[in-house]
Design a protein around this ligand. Sequence first.
Ligand SMILES: C[S@@+](CC[C@H](N)C(=O)[O-])C[C@H]1O[C@@H](n2cnc3c(N)ncnc32)[C@H](O)[C@@H]1O
Length: 255
Amino acid sequence: MSPVLSPSVQERVRALLESPPGETHDGYLDLLDAEPTPTVAQRVMQSTFLPQIYERVWRPVGFNLAKGWPVGPGTAAEHALARGWLGLGQPGDAHKPAATVLDVACGPGNVTRALAAGVGENGLVIGLDAARGMLARAAADSRDIGYVRGNAVALPFRSGTFDAVCCFGALYLFDDPWAAVDDMARVLKPGGRLIILTTRRPSLPVSRLGSELAGALAGVRMFGDREVTRALTDRGFTDLKQRRYPLMQLVAACR
Ligand SMILES: C[S@@+](CC[C@H](N)C(=O)[O-])C[C@H]1O[C@@H](n2cnc3c(N)ncnc32)[C@H](O)[C@@H]1O
């Protein structure tokens, strides 16, 4: 049976859109006219196979190693940190903020659901991704989360809409990451918070060269230690936080 986006969630998502709503497919609103330019990595993301193994195998193995497992934060710790830095509640809290939250490049909804666990009853959490298979998987069991098919580099939402924006594991895939950051800044309310988990270029010359080469072949960009923080400062973000892991970095800031 095809998943159904709850009508009230659907209406609330439509009210935040810049242009007239698109079609609903497999439980998500489809607003993507043109596909983002596919690199090798993008093609993998759009495959029908990856969504089946993403959450249980690909994500924990790949990301936890890149974050320096067993020293770096595991998935649960990463989620708790994201909720904390975004000013959301934690799952056991009696009172959670009724925040409006956007998860950019949400994949199968793994981080989106973790964010939803930190939002109170009247809040709204939306996941946006370009890949149909990922969204169908995300929407399958999440009636209270709104899913939208769109391009992270041209977000379909009105300016000043969200209290919090999250973009995990995707900035390095975008054809124009800084245009995506511009748009994430645009859709945040003044005082809203942004958190980004992305790649980190290693400092040792040999591993740096290897990672840059592998990244270039696959279409994955490696960011320097100060590149993302500087991009946020240049756009007027304040209260910057950063954690560096061997091949990843977590950056958060306030609009
Ligand atoms: C590695 S997954 C990350 C999923 C999740 N955020 C996480 O942290 O596990 C990357 C996602 O980015 C999406 N993506 C890549 N480029 C995109 C774009 N331009 N617009 C929207 N989504 C994009 C892919 O479809 C894929 O689902």
